[in-house]
Write a protein that binds this ligand. Structure first.
Ligand SMILES: C[S@@+](CC[C@H](N)C(=O)[O-])C[C@H]1O[C@@H](n2cnc3c(N)ncnc32)[C@H](O)[C@@H]1O
Length: 287
């Protein structure tokens, strides 16, 4: 994906703040893992000393909210997201977390402008695959005892939807099965599987925590499955390769409804994640 196409897909998916929140609620309600991944990620970390914090790809501040009571009372969290509509929900999340908030919509490359060894904590949930090229800068801006805590998806994330999309689009002559969908390209840039190797050039100490999870849509849940799909669909459909996005979308919805009925309303979607806790930044010495 070129940078511009990439950006337009991101905007297509995440521009609707309310739909993003509703999707997060669907994920929470339909997850087999009842633990909150943010709590899992932050468990056992002493963050009381952290004052200068950056959340990259913050959205509505899902991760920042979980810092409540865990960081320095004078902590300031800078939320970074390309979509400016997240400013007010992010600042609201900061209020809930009891921290001072600042928001910038300049995009994650803004870390290039931050001073070296100036940040205590960088947090990043489900966003690093949008900008893995800034990992060297994350290492550069962290203090010696600074931390990067990131949650990322496994490669097979949403695999069932990817397969369904490919099957139906190929069967209707709208896609060659070998063509990668936007979500596959995105996740291949940074995932649970590839993350360790990428990070190990920039951090001496990397701990991982597996977060095993599946989304289950039971009888009566078809509406929520289709809502989840609708939110994610720009990442599943390729403009340009299709006869038209509208017809492709309709075909895919009908196909999902059929699969849901065939499986008697027991539709599962892979949602395993990994938490990376990275410390001892190498400042380029590991490359
Ligand atoms: C999957 S959402 C995760 C949002 C939030 N961290 C959460 O866990 O709910 C990814 C977020 O990354 C943002 N994003 C994508 N590319 C970005 C970039 N280059 N710079 C900053 N934010 C970006 C999107 O706008 C979106 O809000």
């Amino acid at each position: 994906m070129s940078e511009n196409k990439d950006k337009s897909k991101i905007i297509d998916v995440f521009i609707d703040v309310e739909a993003h929140r509703l999707t997060a609620d669907i994920v929470k309600k339909h997850s087999t893992n009842r633990n909150d991944i943010r709590e899992v990620a932050l468990k056992g970390l002493n963050l009381e000393w952290c004052r200068n914090i950056v959340e990259l790809g913050c959205g509505f501040g899902f991760f920042t909210e979980a810092l409540k009571g865990k960081v320095h009372p004078e902590a300031v969290v800078t939320g970074v997201d390309v979509i400016s509509d997240y400013k007010s929900p992010f600042l609201e999340a900061c209020k809930k977390a009891g921290v001072k908030g600042v928001f910038t919509s300049s995009g994650a490359s803004v870390v290039k402008d931050l001073e070296e060894k100036s940040v205590d904590l960088v947090i990043c949930s489900y966003s690093l695959y949008f900008f893995p090229e800034i990992i060297p800068d994350i290492s550069r801006i962290l203090k010696k005892n600074g931390l990067l805590v990131a949650t990322v998806h496994n490669k097979e994330n949403m695999g069932e939807l990817v397969h369904a999309a490919k099957d139906v689009l190929a069967a209707n002559g709208m896609l060659q099965k070998s063509v990668k969908l936007p979500i596959e390209i995105l996740i291949s840039r940074f995932s649970s599987e590839s993350g360790y190797e990428t990070l190990s050039s920039w951090f001496q100490d990397i701990r991982t925590k597996n977060y095993v999870n599946t989304l289950i849509f039971k009888p009566g849940d078809l509406y929520f499955l289709l809502e989840y799909f609708s939110f994610k669909q720009p990442l599943l459909l390729l403009s340009g390769t299709h006869a038209g996005l509208g017809p492709a979308l309709n075909l895919l919805k009908i196909h999902l409804e059929k699969l849901f009925t065939q499986r008697r309303g027991n539709f599962t979607i892979s949602k395993d994640d990994t938490v990376f806790v990275c410390s001892k930044p190498l400042y380029g010495r590991g490359t």
